[in-house]
Each structure stands twice: as structure tokens, then as C-alpha cells.
Write a protein that binds this ligand. Structure first.
Ligand code: BGC
Length: 748
């Protein structure tokens, strides 16, 4: 195997940028081949014309699986791994070495134009499912690219905006999922994001790419830039970026060589980047061709359908309107039934091998049901045109027993590259809904949307199915759920708010003057709504079924590894097979740090036949209980009695128990600025100061006179820096204080 040190500086530098849009550069002299990468994430987008400079031309047909927004609602790592393996197989057959996904950025605001590519507002969900995806793809000898590292939570000014995030929030919300996927599944590559984090571009961020990713998380793979994310190639290599994409026609390579020769850039940085490229090429070459073609189009389409079925979230089912019966007089309204929105726009857009429509699938089950378009999907359609379509739909609605009304976001409403302006459905669709409901209230709304939409009709219509963007086989999956051929089991990986004004980032999105302030801190998604006790349309974790589930009492205990095992029974108390996504949340009321009321720590998707009961055991990893302590810049598990809540959603807690956790010992170096509250917790200084205080108290000093009875002296002096203690409570001289600090720090 070629080592970077066997290559000349020029050859090493040549490896640090691509040959073109999708390939690394070969080094022919040394027998190093080029490899190809392609998008990702929910299907393979291998360009037909590799010379297409913008990379937006046509791509080879590939299975379009449900995008992350949808399949995330399965909460099922096994399904992610199976879909990942199928994606890996397609890439392997096409000789693509690395699939550019998964995208696991947190959904901070519902307005982010790319939320359809992201999994959740919660880092544990994104981390667990992202890790399973990576494992699945890589099991086929194809690499992944974990993206966009990090804090790429909006499209507005995405290539320049600085995400201003405090340290705790950054680790606990925006980095946690990345840390999990990196350490658990070892993606072959990590793709840095476009944006800046606290003023520094991710592509040139040494703290992010080297300190954190490599040194703290132990990452050994390759770091690739997002396409066009590098501003200064020399600074990028110095910071720890290995591969700049797309290619720069040799410009960046020459700059790198020049910088090394002039002493501006350490040669070691170039060697290290080149070595990571060589390692990737070697791994990819060794594993290439693991899957023999041709692609089994039907089998993958079946898997896409299964995944789509598992993605659908039943939001409302009043009066048993669902499932529909094929014998009913049904009418279908809404352009999406015929012209489905099944994926988002931008770099992830796949050229599907097949495409279902819900209308055809419904007709295959229920015969020749009538259809009216209801509204036009043509951008800029006139009011008159929409009024005509609406009138036709209302006419149809009048003589049906039940209506299936397909509403959603037209394609131009959301895409990579820009954010949405509103979470509202288009006015003509809401007007259609009102008119149809007036004509016939037996309406089931089926939604197609990548970003969350407001559902002001949530109390008006008896049935709502959140279909998200379901991939190429979504039409069949939707029909299966409508008629009860499949029982819906998806749950929401993000909160559906009542109004934009309630959302966590409302006053801090999308930023101004090149800066976006993550002012809501840790309180993203349900963490926010729960802390502020805000009503929501549908909470995180929510989803209905055609059957019902009963939960038994939960018990929790700490294992010998320090993890927490939570057990409870779940029973299918209805009459049809079903799946329940059970969720475990924890909280620590008496915490020393600010905390959300409850945070998801584990989940499982449990399949149950009627009357069947299972005991479910969910393990919460000890590290997932940790918060990021900024005094020591480390994860710390705080000791205390944690509440463990088992629920069917974040707002439907079925059983609660507690577990006592022994905390980590945090040794914070003492200085003269350390507060007495910190000093008292120090194992060396604490007891000494305690004793001196006791002495002062019993010597009837002024201290005991000014203290209310029953109050510990610590409450009074806790916020005094020890360096100033002698000025206020003269229990130790300045010199004694210095000695105490030195003694305490000796034991760090
Ligand atoms: C996107 C990435 C994508 C890359 C290559 C970028 O615009 O942000 O997600 O992988 O293009 O197409």
C-alpha cells in the first residue's frame, strides 16, 4: 500500500483536492487509482455526464427511498440499516466508493429549507438512526459521508453565516449525534459544513476538525469539504481538512505546495491529508465490487415501499373514519394524488427506478374512484384557474361517502439552497379544504411535505395522515395505510407547532449581518415547548395506530457498566397487528445546571399481534445521561435521583419511575477566582474550609450574628471568590488561601 511519505510533496498536495466534481485524483506513478463519490442520502445520484460542472444534470436510475424526514419516523435502526445496505449495494453495483450521506443536522427551525434531508430535532434519534444507516451502507463495501459537520441548520447564507452557539448547546444538541455516529459506526468520511461556527468556517476550523473530531473522538477516516465550502485551501489543510471538493483544476494544490515551501504550512499537515486520502482509496479499492449487479429493481422497490409504510404518521382518526373500506363510495381530491411529491430538491434528488401514484394505488384497491385535482401545482397558476378546480372538487365531494384530500407543499416551497418563509400550506389549498369540508365533512387529509406544516384543520377534519415525502413507492404505501392493509406505526421525530411564533428559534432565525444567534440554547424542539408549557398541534413522538397499546409499570436499575436499564411491558389491546414506538425520557429536577424537563434517551419499535404482550428493555447508555460541563470542557454525569418516564409520546407519559445515579467526580482546578461553592466541593480544600468556618461560627464571630437561623454559612458565602474571602469573612489569610489552592490542585 502506498504511503504518503513515498510521494513527492506535489503528489501529496494533488491528492488534497478532487479531479473533478465526483472523483479523487489518481497518482499513476505510484499506482494509486481514483475513486468516485456520489450523493446521497436517500438514493444514489450518480451523474450520467461526469463533466457536468454544476453537478446538477441527470443521474442513473436508482431506488428513491423515503428521505430522512420520513424514514426517521420509523424510529427503527434495523430498518435504517436495511435501507442503508440496499443503498450501499446500489452504489457498489455502480462502482461508487462513497455515498454522500447520512445528513444528521438537527432541525432547529421548521423553516430550514433542507429539513427533509434531516432526521430529527433530537440528537439521540439522529445519532442512533444515523449510526445504523452508516453501518448498513458500509456493510456493502461502500463508504458514507456523515454530513454536514456541523451546525448547518439553515440554508439562508449557508456558505458564510456564523452559527453562534454556546459550548453546552453545541455539544449537547448539535454535536452529540455526530459524536455517536463517528464513535459507533466509523463512517469512512465526514463532510464539513459550509457555515461558520462561532466565527470560523467549518472547513478551516482546527478545533472542529482536529481537536474534537480526531483527538477527542478518535476519528481515523477522511474529512471532505462540502462542495465549495473551502475559502482558503491552505488554512483548510492546516485545520485538518483532507480533501477539498469539487476539484480546483490544480489551483489549490499549487497554493499548498507554495505554502509548504515558504514555511507557511507544515509539510506534515499535507502528508496527513494525503495519507487519509490514500487510506480511503485503499479501503474502497479493496472492497469495491462487493455486490454483483444487476440491481434487483423490484426487491429494492419493495423495500422502499416497506420503508414508506413505516414512515407514515397517523395524526388523527376520529369516529373510526380510517381505515377506509374498498366498498365505500370514495372520492380522491388533490393534485398530489396524481403528481406525487416524494422527495426534496437539490443535491439529494434521485432519478427513481419507478414511481407510484397514490391515485393508481387507491384505484387498484377500491376500483375506479373519481378524482378531482382541486388546485393547480403549476407555479403562478391564476386564482381563476384554482377557483375552477376547487368548484369541480366540491362537486365531487358532495356525493362521496368519504373523501381523501391530498394537500402539501409544492416543490418550489422547499429545497436545498433556501429556507421557507412560512409553515403554512398554500392559501388555495386551505381554501379548497374549507370548501370541501363544508360540502362533505368526512375528509381524510393526506399531507405531502418535507418541512413541517401548520395544521389549522387539526380539529376540523376527522382524519389526518402525515405522509411527508415517501420516496418512489409512497403511493402504494399510502393506499395500504388508507385501507388498513398496513397499520400505520410512524411517530413524529419533530414537533408540529401551532404557530411559527411558538417555535424555539422564532426570534433568532435566520440571523442578520452574517450571524445567527442560537439564543434558545438547549431548548430546541420539544425541549422548548415542554419547558415553556406551550400547547402544540402534535407533540414529538406522537403517532396513532389502528390498534391500541397498554403499558405496564416501568422499573429502572443501574447495570454493572453504569448504564441504566429500563423495563416495562407493552400489550396490543386491539384487534389488528401493530407496532408501537416506545420512548424513554429522563429528567433531573434538582440539577445544578439548566436542563430540559425531559429528554429522550432511548426508544424501540415493538411489533405486537393482538393480545400479545412483550417486556421491553431499553438501555440508556451512561454517557447519554451526561451534560457538557463548560468548567472542565467535558461530558459529566451529574449524580442524583433521575426521573425515568416511559411514554407513547413526549406528552403521553404512561409510567414513571426513578433511578439513583452516582455522579462523575469533577475536579475543577481552583484559582483565586473560584467561588466558595466550588471550593467547598473540592475534596481537599472543602473539608479544610468547612472546619475553619465551624471554628469561626463557634467563636461567635460576626458571621453567626448576621446569619438567619437554620441557614448554612455556605449559602451566604457560596458566591464569594476565595481570593476575596479574607476581605469579607476573615477565616484565612491571603497566604493561607494560596496554600490551600496549591494543595487542592496537587490532587487533580
Ligand atoms: C450539499 C451536500 C452534497 C454536495 C454534493 C452540497 O451542495 O450541501 O449535501 O453532498 O453538494 O452534491
Amino acid at each position: 500500500m502506498t504511503k504518503a511519505t513515498d510521494l513527492t510533496l506535489e503528489e501529496q498536495a494533488s491528492l488534497t483536492s478532487g479531479a473533478d466534481m465526483w472523483h479523487t485524483k489518481p497518482v499513476e506513478r505510484a499506482g494509486v487509482p481514483a475513486i468516485m463519490v456520489s450523493d446521497g442520502p436517500h438514493g444514489l445520484r450518480k451523474q450520467v455526464d461526469e463533466g457536468d460542472p454544476l453537478g446538477i444534470g441527470g443521474s442513473v436510475p436508482a431506488t428513491c427511498f423515503p428521505p430522512a424526514v420520513s424514514i426517521g419516523c420509523s424510529f427503527d435502526p434495523d430498518l435504517f440499516a436495511r435501507v442503508g445496505a440496499a443503498l450501499g449495494a446500489e452504489a457498489s453495483i455502480q462502482n461508487v466508493a462513497v455515498l454522500l450521506g447520512p445528513a444528521i443536522n438537527i432541525k432547529r427551525s421548521p423553516l430550514c429549507g433542507r429539513n427533509f434531508e434531516y432526521i430529527s430535532e433530537d440528537p439521540i434519534v439522529s445519532g442512533v438512526l444515523g449510526a445504523a444507516y452508516v453501518t448498513g451502507v458500509q456493510s456493502q463495501g461502500v463508504g458514507t459521508s456523515l454530513k454536514h459537520f456541523a451546525a448547518n441548520n439553515q440554508e439562508f447564507e449557508r456558505m458564510s453565516i456564523s452559527a453562534e452557539i454556546d459550548e453546552r448547546t453545541l455539544h449537547e444538541i448539535y454535536l452529540r449525534a455526530f459524536e455517536r455516529v463517528v464513535t459507533e459506526s466509523k463512517p469512512w468520511t465526514v463532510m464539513c459544513s459550509y457555515n461558520k461556527i462561532n466565527g470560523v468556517l467549518s472547513s478551516q476550523n482546527e478545533w472542529l476538525l482536529t481537536e474534537l473530531l480526531r483527538k477527542q473522538w478518535g476519528y481515523e477516516g477522511l474529512v471532505v469539504s462540502d462542495w465549495g465550502a473551502v475559502n482558503d485551501s491552505v488554512a483548510a489543510v492546516a485545520a485538518g481538512l483532507d480533501l477539498q471538493m469539487p476539484g480546483t483544476q490544480g489551483k489549490s494544490d499549487a497554493e499548498i505546495v507554495k505554502a509548504v515551501k515558504s514555511g507557511k504550512l507544515a509539510e506534515q499537515a499535507v502528508t496527513s491529508a494525503a495519507q487519509h486520502v490514500l487510506d480511503l482509496v485503499a479501503t474502497a479499492t479493496k472492497q469495491a465490487g462487493q455486490v454483483a449487479g444487476p440491481l434487483d429493481v423490484d426487491a429494492h422497490n419493495q423495500l422502499a415501499r416497506e420503508a414508506a409504510t413505516r414512515s407514515i404518521v397517523l395524526l388523527r382518526n376520529e369516529g373510526g373514519i380510517l381505515p377506509l373500506k374498498p366498498s365505500q363510495k370514495i372520492a380522491v381530491i388533490g393534485a398530489f394524488a396524481k403528481d406525487p411529491r416524494y422527495q426534496g430538491a437539490g443535491s439529494s434528488k434521485v432519478n427513481p427506478t419507478e414511481l407510484d401514484t397514490a391515485l393508481a394505488a387507491i384505484q387498484a384497491i377500491a376500483g375506479d374512484v373519481p378524482f378531482a385535482e382541486g388546485f393547480s401545482l403549476k407555479p403562478g397558476a391564476s386564482d381563476a384557474e384554482n377557483a375552477k378546480l376547487q368548484a369541480e372538487a366540491v362537486q365531487l365531494a358532495r356525493d362521496a361517502e368519504a373523501l381523501v384530500l391530498f394537500l402539501g407543499l409544492p416543490a418550489e416551497h422547499e429545497s436545498e439552497g433556501y429556507d421557507r418563509a412560512t409553515i403554512d400550506l398554500p392559501a388555495e389549498q386551505l381554501a379548497l379544504l374549507d370548501a370541501v369540508v363544508e360540502a362533505n365533512p368526512n375528509v381524510v387529509v393526506v399531507l405531502s411535505n418535507g418541512g413541517v406544516v401548520a395544521v389549522p384543520f387539526a380539529e376540523t377534519v376527522p382524519g389526518i395522515i402525515e405522509g411527508w415525502l415517501l420516496g418512489q413507492a409512497g403511493g402504494g404505501a399510502t393506499a395500504d395505510v388508507l385501507f388498513g392493509i398496513a397499520n400505520p406505526s410512524g411517530k413524529l421525530t419533530e414537533t408540529i407547532p401551532l404557530r411559527m411564533q411558538d417555535t424555539p428559534a422564532y426570534l433568532n432565525f435566520p440571523g442578520e449581518f452574517d450571524t445567527v444567534n442560537y439564543g434558545e440554547g438547549l431548548f430546541v424542539g420539544y425541549r422548548w415547548y415542554d419547558a415553556r408549557e406551550l400547547d402544540v398541534a402534535f407533540p414529538f413522538g406522537f403517532g396513532l395506530s389502528y390498534t391500541s397499546f397498554e403499558y405496564g409499570d416501568a422499573s429502572a436499575h443501574v447495570t454493572s457498566d453504569g448504564d441504566v436499564e429500563v423495563s416495562f411491558s407493552v400489550k396490543n389491546t386491539g384487534t389488528v397487528d401493530g407496532r408501537e414506538i416506545v420512548q424513554v425520557y429522563t429528567g433531573l429536577e434538582l440539577s445544578r445546571v439548566q436542563r430540559p424537563v425531559r429528554e429522550l434517551k432511548g426508544f424501540a419499535s415493538v411489533a405486537l399481534a393482538p393480545d400479545q404482550a412483550k417486556v421491553v428493555t431499553i438501555t440508556i447508555r451512561r454517557e447519554d445521561l451526561a451534560y457538557w460541563n463548560i468548567a472542565v470542557s467535558q461530558w459529566v454525569v451529574e449524580g442524583g435521583r433521575y426521573t425515568v418516564s416511559v411514554g407513547a409520546s413526549s406528552r403521553d407519559i404512561r409510567s414513571t419511575t426513578t433511578v439513583d445515579i452516582v455522579g462523575d467526580v469533577v475536579r475543577i482546578p481552583l484559582t483565586r477566582d473560584s467561588l466558595m461553592s466550588t471550593v467547598m466541593e473540592n475534596p481537599v480544600a472543602g473539608p479544610i474550609v468547612q472546619e475553619k468556618l465551624q471554628q469561626a461560627m463557634s467563636a461567635a464571630s460576626g458571621l453567626s450574628e448576621i446569619m438567619p437561623e437554620g441557614v448554612s454559612p455556605l449559602q451566604l458565602i457560596g458566591s464569594i471568590p476565595i481570593g476575596r474571602l479574607s476581605q469579607i469573612v476573615p477565616i484565612a489569610t491571603d497566604h493561607e488561601v494560596d496554600e490551600l489552592i496549591a494543595a487542592a490542585n496537587q490532587h487533580l
